[in-house]
Write a protein that binds this ligand. Structure first.
Ligand SMILES: C[S@@+](CC[C@H](N)C(=O)[O-])C[C@H]1O[C@@H](n2cnc3c(N)ncnc32)[C@H](O)[C@@H]1O
Length: 496
């Protein structure tokens, strides 16, 4: 078994460590290039069961980048010659000195993995600790979370406005704190696991970021009553029958940490700011998941946007989390434990969601909750999350009619219309619209009026022009306004 990195670094070694990061970036160690080399359309598609295929087919020709990918991303054990292809002697020596690599019997082992996320390179523990390298039978409780699918979804959907302060709760490797450092004057990163806090601190140093304060603590406790413009969190959210992995297990309901975060938001979110949480929520029959969030907010007037990114049946969730792959009895018993825990919670399925909270605009009435089912983004989509709030709020304005009269409207961009019709029936065809090129495309069935308005907007039109044209189609003015409201809400038209 290979000892894990300690994530400790002496200050005088930091410049050399930073040079190693710059060197890896210069040979193309980034999300796009790694995807290209591994034949993936997105890093979230990577699966450990395919490691030999990536290694033998995709990375067979060994240049510096392929060796680096095998070593720091796929937990490969590489030869000293391959390591020398990637690093010069100084770089190799500093990596050994800070405990990131081990060379033994001419074989080289990484003691941590290096994950590209957006424009950052982030060290953390290995994604697959039970593989022969590093070879853990039981994963240590204080294992630092690798950069997983959920980490990437949150990174891609974070609203990145320039802000004065960001709080990253449950920071782990620090991935969200590191990314926020470029658009936030100050970032506070909190984790209860000292090893995770060390990893975040190590990453901040390696990237040369000086505006991140890393604190070991329990959620909001280290920041007292301080308020933040941006709060991000990826808590341990798994509804689990066991408590064996600190970054994963969220109690039997999965909500032990999540609930405490939501309860604390009203006291810590600054006006105009966003709080964003990536999590999984168990769904019960006849219960809207948003009702739990409202209870936890305790009446605080916040709008909630829930993006449903992926749905898992209780059965597939239990099978996916059960352990004991090598022994059927152990495995089946574990499936039983996981599925009976979900049953006890009343969960029929578990849904991966990105939840964004913002203080409501009280002139628009009661706080709203909006739920959308979407494909997870492959690129940055924070601006689209922000736009969904703007569109929802505009569509709710009581004086929308007056606002519309003062400007022209146009299609937001190219829109795809997919027509469905029942052959043999006299029923009119229905169309589904989506904004092409969007990272978070909303697919919405249009009614007849909405479709006509969208089709006729070949050029920007005033409200009066739309009403005059649609009168010829016998549309009522109030139906036209209603349709425009809905098209704005779904981001298909905007005012110019
Ligand atoms: C799912 S990991 C997220 C890591 C990282 N933010 C990411 O997105 O990859 C959850 C993290 O929450 C931390 N954690 C668990 N309970 C906590 C608490 N009460 N206060 C602060 N952090 C906590 C764990 O140690 C772990 O690092």
């Amino acid at each position: 078994m290979i000892e894990l990195a300690t994530f400790l670094v002496d200050d005088h070694d930091v410049p050399a460590l930073r040079n190693v990061i710059l060197h890896l970036a210069s040979i193309g160690y980034c999300e796009r290039k790694i995807c290209e080399r591994l034949g993936l359309s997105d890093l979230t598609e990577i699966i450990w069961r395919a490691l030999p295929i990536y290694r033998e087919e995709q990375l067979a020709t060994r240049d510096a980048l392929n060796s680096a990918i095998d070593f720091f991303f796929l937990q490969g054990i590489i030869s000293i010659n391959e390591l020398n292809q990637v690093f010069d002697n100084n770089e190799r020596d500093i990596l050994i000195k800070v405990g990131l690599i081990l060379v033994h019997n001419k074989k080289c082992y990484a003691r941590a993995s290096l994950y590209p996320v957006g424009n950052c390179l982030v060290f953390s523990d290995h994604a697959w600790p039970q593989l022969p390298h590093p070879g853990f039978l039981n994963v240590p409780y204080d294992q630092v979370m690798y950069v997983g699918i959920d980490s990437r979804w949150l990174a891609r959907t974070t609203v990145r406005n320039t802000s004065s302060s960001t709080l990253d709760l449950c920071t782990g490797s620090g991935v969200h704190a590191l990314l926020a450092s470029s658009h936030s004057k100050k970032v506070v990163a909190v984790d209860i696991n000292p090893r995770a806090a060390r990893c975040t601190y190590f990453n901040a140093k390696a990237l040369g970021l000086t505006n991140i304060e890393v604190v070991v603590g329990d959620l909001f406790e280290p920041v007292y009553d301080e308020k933040f413009d941006l709060i991000t969190a990826n808590p341990p959210f798994v509804p689990s029958p066991v408590d064996t992995l600190g970054y994963r297990d969220g109690g039997n309901s999965g909500e032990d940490i999540l609930q405490r975060i939501v309860v604390g938001l009203p006291n810590h979110l600054a006006p105009g700011g966003s709080a964003q949480i990536i999590t999984e929520l168990g769904e019960r029959m006849n219960e809207q998941m948003s009702s739990r969030l409202r209870v936890w907010l305790g009446g605080a007037k916040m709008d909630i946007l829930i993006l449903r990114l992926s749905v898992h049946s209780a059965a597939s969730y239990s099978i996916g989390h059960a352990n004991g792959d090598e022994d059927y009895d152990t495995f089946l018993n574990s499936v039983h434990d996981w599925s009976s825990n979900l049953r006890k919670q009343g969960y029929t399925q578990v849904v991966s969601v990105l939840i964004t909270f913002k203080w409501s605009d009280i002139t628009l009435g009661e706080p709203w909750t909006r739920v959308e089912e979407l494909q997870p983004p492959h690129n940055n989509a924070g601006k689209e999350v922000e736009a969904l709030f703007i569109q929802e709020r505009l569509s709710r304005k009581l004086n929308l009619y007056e606002i519309l009269k003062q400007s022209k409207m146009r299609r937001t961009g190219p829109i795809g219309l997919t027509e469905a019709r029942l052959l043999g029936s006299k029923l009119r065809a229905n169309s589904q619209a989506n904004l092409l090129g969007s990272e978070l495309p909303i697919f919405k069935w249009l009614n007849h009026v909405e479709e006509e308005i969208l089709v006729l907007m070949e050029k920007p039109l005033t409200l009066t022009e739309i009403i005059v044209i649609t009168q010829e189609l016998n549309f009522q003015e109030e139906d036209v306004i209603l349709a425009i409201r809905s098209l704005i809400r779904n981001g298909f038209i905007i005012m110019t």
